[in-house]
Design a protein around this ligand. Structure first.
Ligand code: MN
Length: 479
């Protein structure tokens, strides 16, 4: 029985190896083959759903869990998987319905009850937030802060801004301070956030820069709260400066448990070198993601809920895309669900908001390339996947050479697809301490605009595991 053999093989990859990204991919492959031979096995669908969850393909995970339940509506694990997929997608009401079912079927299951209550709490909280949203419209946290009168206690020996300004000396002290797992004084953190909000809010949604013949820029992908790996980038590639410009392409926070350190360091350099240090928004610089994947929890643990609110306001002002020498376009996710989007359209995006469920702003943060022509439904359940022909048409229409995007973990830290027209760069090595991937950054020189890849591997970090600040429901749900 071949399907039995494949099923066992998939099981093996899944549960008995120290699981890395390629093992999930192997598990998915074997479950897929097994399901081709035996498409009525709910357990295979459910297990493949978990593998998809692990590889962040929440759209596929949801479809598989749904399939498992179509085959066997009494298969309790299927409800758990579907609920977790919906949680990961921020669809809390749908998740709640599945937890309800589990609790009804298993009234004595404590774990199920706990998850139901947790999820219920989030649904109620969301409803409450919506109700007060209209009153709070346009009111900033900044207005309710009295930063001037916050005092820095004598015991505090950490870095301080100099007359309210970030300096190179401050940045060097800050990075050392963070490295020792110490906390920047909340007054300084607030000062930085207010300043950077002001700065970002003056930028257009599409940034245009020129890199001179003799100059280069370094482009980094996702960093996801891996502070020690960020320091390693600066170690390998030099500190940011007027002659060593950087672009960080979104997803600075969530997952890694040093997201506060990563984002304050990046904001510090943005303030120090506003025209030579660029930041673009990723799909994780959003409220829904931050609530699930740890950044909100981390800011509340290290500072306050109010400070998280201010972070959220700042994130809304992060530019969405950047064009180098009118030839190379950089964005976190990728291209669009429809043809015909122009650079002019991108400039006009009114970005000061949480991203909508569809449209160019959503696509810039969420889409992924695919090898086959055309477009497909997204494996993530948000935006779309776009093929080489879509990329080609977009580049031609906008007179561009190629795009650089991030958003997906790659074994080598980067990937060249669509005949060199679509490049992925990812800068979080051994992502989440378990993917075993290399990371990379790109050098782009003004002289030829050819991408030059530099790979690096993970460095040790203090014993604080990724996702410790994430929503407990998601953590347990992932087990
Ligand atoms: Mn992303």
């Amino acid at each position: 029985m071949k399907f039995l053999y494949l099923g066992v093989l998939a099981f093996f990859f899944f549960f008995f190896l120290k699981t890395q990204e390629k093992d999930y991919e192997n598990a998915i492959r074997y479950y897929t083959e097994a399901l081709e031979l035996n498409p009525s096995n709910a357990i295979y669908f459910s297990n493949r759903s978990l593998a998809y969850l692990r590889t962040e393909c929440y759209g596929y995970a949801l479809a598989d869990a749904t399939h498992a339940l179509e085959i066997d509506k009494n298969y309790i694990k299927g409800y758990y998987r579907r609920a977790t997929s919906n949680m990961a997608l921020g669809k809390f009401k749908a998740a709640l319905k599945d937890y309800e079912t589990v609790v009804r079927v298993r009234p004595n299951d404590k774990d199920a009850k706990m998850k139901y209550q947790e999820c219920n709490k989030i649904v109620k909280q969301k409803a409450f937030e919506r109700a007060i949203a209209s009153d709070e419209l346009k009111r900033s946290v900044v207005d309710s802060l009295d930063i001037e009168n916050m005092t820095i206690e004598d015991e505090y020996t950490g870095p301080k801004l100099e007359e309210g300004k970030v300096t190179l000396k401050f940045m060097k002290e800050l990075m050392d301070w963070f490295k020792d797992e110490k906390k920047l004084h909340r007054k300084c953190a607030y000062q930085m956030l207010v300043e950077v909000k002001e700065l970002l809010s003056k930028l257009p949604s599409l940034i245009e820069i020129m890199v001179k013949e003799t100059d280069k820029i370094t482009i980094c992908g996702d960093t996801h709260g891996q502070y020690y790996d960020l320091l390693n980038i600066f170690e390998l590639n030099g500190l940011p400066s007027l002659t060593n410009p950087y672009l960080f392409n979104g997803d600075f926070v969530d997952r890694g448990s040093f997201s506060v350190e990563v984002i304050l360091t990046l904001f510090g350099f943005k303030l120090l070198y506003p025209d030579h240090f660029h930041l673009l928004r990723g799909n994780h610089e959003t409220d829904n993601m931050n609530q699930m994947y740890g950044f909100e929890g981390e800011v509340k643990a290290k500072y306050t809920a109010q400070m998280f609110q201010l972070f959220s306001e700042v994130f809304q002002w992060l530019p969405l895309t950047l064009c180098i020498n009118s030839k190379v376009l950089v964005m976190h996710g990728g291209l669009f669900s429809e043809d015909g989007v122009t650079l002019d359209d991108l400039k006009k995006i009114d970005r000061n908001r949480q991203p909508p469920d569809s449209g160019p702003m959503c696509d810039l943060l969420w889409s992924d390339p695919q090898p086959q022509n055309g477009r497909s439904i997204s494996k993530r359940g948000v935006s779309c996947q776009f093929g080489p022909d879509v990329t080609q048409r977009f580049l031609e229409q906008n007179k561009l050479q190629y795009i650089i995007r991030s958003h997906e973990v790659k074994a080598e830290g980067y990937e060249i697809t669509h005949s060199g027209k679509c490049i992925t760069v990812f800068s979080a090595p051994n992502y989440c301490d378990q993917m075993g991937n290399k990371a990379a950054y790109i050098h782009l020189r003004g002289s030829d605009l050819k991408p030059e890849f530099h790979q690096f591997t993970a460095v040790p970090h203090p014993n604080v595991k990724p996702m410790v600040y994430a929503n407990s429901l998601l953590q347990l749900g992932m087990m």
